[in-house]
Design a protein around this ligand. Structure first.
Ligand code: 13P
Length: 273
């Protein structure tokens, strides 16, 4: 099943897919072990910096081989593609889905580059996600205005033909400085008039109940990155403080296990009907 189809199915069932970022073999393994244990699908995401770290071909092949080896239904997605050029390279490398993030550009420019990527993705039958509104990235002011306007979201989707839309309703990437407040009324309105599945960025640090509410008001894909990084590094630090072991095949597994437990909890939470 394509990711586009899966997202539509999940929307009709009132549940969400977890989209988990991975950074290396170990975080990928933790995510895949979780999905395998639950027999649930998962989206594997790579940001541009992770692609640069791993190398595009290796990253794509690692994800593909991982899905096959673990027997997990999943898709490989480019998170926050800044340019159509990067999206093209990812599509060529076999990604199932790409995000083109023109959210900080003027509306017309966002429409233009999103359409360009939608056209390009057609021959690959790939899913395309775009973003409208301001969702703070790491290091950006979290309180800044810029929530997605429902009517503009509807127009944007119609003008671009995009498959999924990330919306700004009160989340931010990274650690929250204070507990987020989601604008669920706005989310319901966007969901009611916008014909595509909606995406929640900044999934780390959102209380469970709030996340469930976002899903019941129209979110179909939940992105999670910071929580996995934090969980992995915290556990690894613990191990390193208590042992002089130099066999990294013995050092990493507790950190992989911690990521697995986190992802099990998050997949259960978002895929509950
Ligand atoms: P967090 O790092 O806040 O979980 O956000 C992830 C994300 O939205 C990736 O696009």
């Amino acid at each position: 099943m394509t990711l586009q189809e899966k997202l539509l199915q999940y929307r009709s069932e009132g549940k969400a897919l977890l989209a988990a970022n991975f950074y290396n073999f170990e975080t990928l393994a933790g995510i895949l072990q979780a999905a395998r244990q639950l027999e649930e699908p998962v989206i594997l995401q790579l940001s541009e910096s992770s692609i640069n770290y791993l190398g595009l071909e290796l990253a794509a092949k690692l994800a593909r081989a991982g899905l096959s080896q673990y027997g997990v239904e999943g898709w490989l997605h480019l998170d926050h593609g800044a340019t159509p050029g990067l999206a093209a390279r990812c599509l060529d490398a076999g990604f199932d889905s790409v995000m083109i993030d023109g959210s900080e550009k003027p509306f017309e420019e966002n429409v233009r580059i999103t359409r360009q990527v939608v056209d390009m993705a057609k021959i690959y039958e790939a899913n395309v996600e775009a973003e409208l509104g301001f969702i703070a990235k790491l290091g950006q002011e979290q309180e800044r205005d810029g929530f997605t306007q429902p009517e503009q979201a509807r127009d944007f989707v119609i003008m671009t033909g995009v498959n999924a839309l990330a919306v700004a309703i009160g989340t931010a990437h990274g650690f929250y400085k204070k507990e987020p407040k989601l604008d669920l009324v706005r989310l319901s309105r966007i969901s009611a008039i916008t014909p595509v599945p909606l995406v929640l960025h900044g999934g780390s640090g959102i209380p469970d109940e709030m996340l469930r509410n976002a899903i019941s008001h129209g979110i179909v894909k939940v992105n999670l990155a910071t929580d996995s990084k934090n969980t992995f590094m915290k556990e690894l630090r613990k191990v390193l403080f208590t042992t002089d072991e130099i066999d990294l095949r013995k050092t990493f597994p507790p950190a992989i296990e911690a990521v697995k437990e986190l992802i099990v909890r998050k997949i259960r939470l978002v895929s509950m009907q």
